[in-house]
Design a binder for this molecule. Structure first.
Ligand code: PMP
Ligand code: GLU
Length: 394
C-alpha cells in the first residue's frame, strides 16, 4: 500500500534535476557523458563575493537572520532594482528566500486558491507547472513555437483569460527558449491586463544579466503594472552562485508580508552567510559580470551555428539565458539505428544512449516538439557534443 500523500504522489520529479542525476550516474559508471542538461554556469563564484562570505563567517553571522532577509540586504536589493530596472521598491516590498525556487513556491502558496488558473506561456520553466499544481492552481498553457520566437502575443494572452484567471507567470530571458520580451510587447500585454485588474503577473528575471540583446524590460516598469507584478530575481545564474541558494522578490507589501509569514513557518530566513555575500553581489556594477556574459554569448553563436548545420533541427536565435531549444519534430516517426523516435523524450533518450549527450525533453517545459540544451559548458565540449549528435542523426 502506498502511504504517501496524494500531494506527493501527484507531483512530478523535476526533469532537469532528474536528467542531471542520470548523467552523473552514467559518468560514475565510466561513460563519457557530456551533460547539457542542467542549467548552471560553469564559472566559479567571483572572488569579491567569496571574500564577503569569509568576512561574514569571521564576523559571526551565524545566528538566525530576519525571516524576510537582513535589512542591509533588502536595502541593497532596492538599490539594485532602482539601478538596473528603474523600480522603486522599498525594503517592505522585498523578501529574500532560499533560491528563486522558494520565492516562486511562496508566491503560489500565498496567492492561489483551489482551481485558480495561472496562464503559462509555453515553453515555461519546468518547476512553474508543478509548483502551481501543488498549490491548488490550474496551469493554463498558451503554446508558442519556434516560428514566433517562442513568445506569446497580447491577443493570445487575452484569449486565454477566463473569470478564473488569477496570475500569469513567465521568465524573460526565457528558460528554456532564451527569448527576451521587449518593452513594446509588454506594453501591449499591459494594455490587455488593464481590463482585468484582478490578474497578477510573476516576472521571473533571474536571467536578466545573461542577455545579448542589448535591451531588458521589467514589466513592473510599464505604466499600470507595478502594483500587480511580483518581480522574482536571484543571484544563482548571473553571479554563478547556484549552490548558495539566494533568491528574492519585489512585490506589493501585502504579498511580501504573506510570503514572509509563509516562509517563517517553513524555512525561516535564508542562509545568513550567503545573504551577506549577496549584499556584495547585488551592490556590484553588473559590468563585473561581462566576462561571463561574453563567454555565454560566444558559446551561443557557436552552438547556434553547429545546430543549424544538423539536418532536421529548427531553432530560433536565443537572445539570453544559456539554453537553445531546437524543434526536433521532423525526426518523429523515424527509426534511427533501430530505435523508433516517437516524441521529444525518445529523441532526448536516443541522444543519451547513442551520443552520450544529456539534454532535457521539451515535454518538461510544455513544448513536446523541442528539446533543451544548456550551453553553460566549454566550447570544446559543446563542439564535441554537436559533432556526436550530428553523427548519430545521420
Ligand atoms: N527561475 C528560472 C527561470 C530558473 O531557470 C531557475 C533555475 N535555477 C530558477 C528560477 C530557480 O533559481 P534558484 O536556483 O535561485 O532557485
Ligand atoms: N534552473 C536550472 C535548469 O532549468 C537548474 C535546475 C533546476 O533548478 O531545475 O536546469
Amino acid at each position: 500500500m502506498n502511504s504517501l500523500s496524494d500531494r506527493i504522489n501527484n507531483l512530478s520529479t523535476s526533469q532537469t534535476l532528474a536528467m542531471a542525476a542520470l548523467a552523473r550516474e552514467l559518468k560514475a559508471q565510466g561513460k563519457d557523458i557530456i551533460s547539457l542538461s542542467l542549467g548552471e554556469p560553469d564559472f566559479n563564484t567571483p572572488d569579491f563575493i567569496k571574500e564577503a562570505a569569509k568576512k561574514a563567517i569571521d564576523e559571526n553571522y551565524s545566528t538566525y537572520s530576519p525571516v524576510d532577509g537582513y535589512a542591509e540586504l533588502k536595502e541593497a536589493i532596492c538599490r539594485k532594482f532602482k539601478r538596473d530596472n528603474n523600480l522603486d521598491y522599498k525594503p517592505a516590498n522585498i523578501v529574500v528566500s532560499t533560491g528563486a525556487k522558494q520565492s516562486l513556491y511562496n508566491i503560489a502558496q500565498c496567492m492561489l486558491n483551489e482551481d485558480d488558473e495561472v496562464i503559462l506561456p509555453a515553453p515555461y520553466w519546468v518547476s512553474y507547472y508543478e509548483i502551481i499544481k501543488m498549490s491548488g492552481g490550474i496551469p493554463v498553457e498558451v503554446p508558442t513555437s519556434v516560428e514566433s520566437d517562442f513568445k506569446i502575443t497580447a491577443e493570445q494572452l487575452e484569449k486565454a483569460i477566463t473569470p478564473k484567471t488569477k496570475m500569469i507567470w513567465y521568465s524573460s530571458p526565457c528558460n528554456p527558449s532564451g527569448s527576451v520580451y521587449i518593452r513594446e510587447e509588454f506594453t501591449a500585454i499591459a494594455k490587455v491586463l488593464e481590463k482585468y485588474p484582478n490578474i497578477y503577473v510573476v516576472a521571473d528575471e533571474i536571467y536578466e544579466h545573461i542577455n545579448f540583446s542589448g535591451t531588458f524590460c521589467s514589466i513592473a516598469s510599464v505604466p499600470g503594472m507595478f502594483e500587480r507584478t511580483i518581480t522574482v530575481n536571484g543571484v544563482a545564474k548571473a553571479f554563478a552562485m547556484t549552490g548558495w541558494r539566494i533568491g528574492y522578490i519585489g512585490a506589493p507589501e501585502f504579498i511580501a508580508k504573506a510570503c514572509t509569514k509563509m516562509q517563517g513557518q517553513v524555512t525561516s530566513g535564508a542562509n545568513s552567510i550567503a545573504q551577506r555575500a549577496t549584499i556584495a553581489a547585488v551592490d556590484a556594477d553588473p559590468k563585473v559580470l561581462n566576462y561571463m556574459v561574453e563567454a555565454f554569448h560566444k558559446r551561443r553563436d557557436l552552438v547556434v551555428g553547429l545546430i543549424k548545420a544538423i539536418p532536421g533541427l529548427k531553432i530560433n536565435v536565443p537572445e539570453g539565458a544559456f539554453y537553445v531549444f531546437p524543434d526536433v519534430s521532423s525526426y518523429f516517426g523515424k527509426t534511427l539505428r533501430g530505435t523508433l523516435i516517437k516524441d521529444a523524450t525518445d529523441f532526448s533518450m536516443y541522444l543519451l544512449a547513442e551520443a552520450n549527450v544529456a539534454t532535457v525533453t521539451g515535454d518538461a517545459f510544455g513544448n513536446p516538439d523541442c528539446i533543451r540544451f544548456s550551453y553553460a559548458t566549454s566550447e570544446e565540449l559543446l563542439t564535441e557534443a554537436m559533432r556526436r549528435i550530428k553523427e548519430v542523426l545521420a
